[in-house]
Every structure is written in C-alpha cells, then in structure tokens.
Ligand binder design. Sequence first.
Ligand code: NAD
Length: 292
Amino acid sequence: MQNLNGRVAVITGAASGVGKQLALRLAREGVKVALADIEQGALDEAVAEVRKAGGTAFGHVTDVSQRAAVDGLRDAVLAEYGKVHLVFNNAGVGGGGGPTIWETSEDAFRWAMDVNYFGPLNGILSFMPVLIEQGEEALMTSTSSGAGIVFPPSGAAYSSSKAALIALMEVLAYQLQMAGSKVKAAILFPGPHVVDTRLFSSHRNVQERYGDPSLRAGGGINNVDEFQAAMRHLIGHEVPLTQPEDFAEEVYASILRDDFYILPLEERTKNAIRKRYEDMLERRQPAIPDMM
Ligand SMILES: NC(=O)c1ccc[n+]([C@@H]2O[C@H](COP(=O)([O-])OP(=O)(O)OC[C@H]3O[C@@H](n4cnc5c(N)ncnc54)[C@H](O)[C@@H]3O)[C@@H](O)[C@H]2O)c1
C-alpha cells in the first residue's frame, strides 16, 4: 500500500510497546489512528502522546478477547472516521504457565488463546466485512511472534497461540488472493531481538474470569531488567534488545512494499527455522532450537 496519508488505522494493544509506536509512526504519515487497549489509563496517555506529536487519534477501551467489545470498537471507528483501511490486531499477552505443559493450568492456555488467537480472530470477524464492503485498498494484520515459528522449550501456551495465529493469517491471505480482493493480509513478528516493551508484565491484564492465581503472579519476571537477569543466570549473558520504535519503522517500510511476513530476522533465527523444517522433512525428533 502506497501513500498512507489520510487513511484510517485501528491498532489494538496500542497503549504500550509495539502498538503505541505503530500509532505514533503511522500518525506521522498522516494516518488517522484509533487506539484500542484494555488499560484505560495507559490508553489515555498514549492518545495524548499521539495528539501532542500532531497526529489525529482517539482511544477506545477494548478487551479484544470479547467479540462484542471488538464490534464496539469497529462501530466507534466508523462513527469517528467513517472508514477504516488498516487493522492491526496487535494486543497480546505473554501467557503464563509452569515449566512444563503438564504443570500448566488450562486457564493459562485459555488466557493466551483468548487474547492472542481469538483477539485477532475477532478483529477479522468484526472488520473484514467492512473492509470488503468499502471496496478500497486495505490491510488486515495480526501480530504473531518468532515463538510461533520455532518454539522455546517453555511457554507452550504462548507459542501455541501464536502458531495458531500464523495458520489463521496465512489462510486469510490465500482466501483474499482467491477472491481477487483489494484487501491484503500481513503478519507481524516483532524483532529481530526481544522487543523492549511491557510484555513481561502481561499478568497485569489477566481478566477476572481466569481462576488460576499463578497467572496473576506472573512467572517471577516483571520487566525487561528481570528478564535480562534471568538470561545472565541461564545462558551467562544478557541478550540484545530491539526498541519498539525501530520495529514500527520496519512495519511502515514493509507496508509500503506489501510484505506479508513482516519478519526481521537474524542468522540464528533463520537457522532455527531451517532446522525445524529439515527435522519435519526428515521425520526426526524436533531439535530444541538455539534462539538466544
Ligand atoms: N516484546 C516482544 O519481544 C514481542 C515479541 C514477539 C511478539 N510480540 C507481540 O507483540 C504484541 C505487542 O506486545 P508488546 O511487546 O508491545 O507488549 P506490551 O505489553 O507493551 O503491549 C501489549 C498491549 O496489549 C494490551 N492488552 C493486553 N491484553 C489485552 C486485551 N485482552 N485486550 C486489549 N488489549 C490488551 C496491554 O494492555 C498492552 O498495552 C503482542 O501480540 C506480543 O505477543 C512481542
């Protein structure tokens, strides 16, 4: 998609991290942005930041795991701007869970799937009919993760939700191609390194309906500093970080190129992807990926 000036974007998970930087970056190009998030206070601040930078923005509190809430977001966007061209199903949570799948509660899996998979699905169900009906160039995106392509040996709730999302978006892309639609799909993989955001404190947003108290406690890591301390302990060194504004820049450039996989990669990750598919083709036991 060329020349984004004057188009309308809706971004979920826009109160923080990748979503907020996307809102700021697109607003700089003259895109009118709708910021959605479950956290009212942070959302209000993010909207104020975009406006202060000269952008056109409004906020709408939305729990993406609830279809009715996402329908409400769609209605609010249409009421405010009349149209919508770019949808970023970006809200996500790090998921919880124990060291193994069998020590992880069903709630941990349901929370990760509800936000990371059903959230984007709700975005597609609510917004796609509008995009198609409009008959204009448009883009439907979802934010997955490298952890949905090659899986770390822990955090299966997160990885499986992000892997399921890749399947959903790839099939969406096929279907849009088959329909000859002006709507395109894309999938975001924040990186190339761990992105310095508030994802490590995702447990701040666990909804009341999940009973497992360990979800609300988090996994003992609450921010990037504690994550780096854990890395020093586990692998003997800290890992490089990507700033969310750098990833947002990459997303902007990728939209102009019509990329489907918005996937900044370093050599180690490329090798892990190759290894995974080789294991599959050779029918081997899957090798534990070297991702750090
Ligand atoms: N940070 C990374 O290294 C990294 C890597 C790969 C993928 N991702 C993905 O990037 C996306 C953005 O995450 P981030 O890293 O910017 O983290 P973040 O925590 O800074 O931002 C995520 C936002 O989503 C919001 N959110 C959480 N649950 C929600 C819900 N039910 N409804 C609406 N909003 C909700 C949070 O309030 C927060 O503002 C996520 O999908 C995440 O899984 C992040």
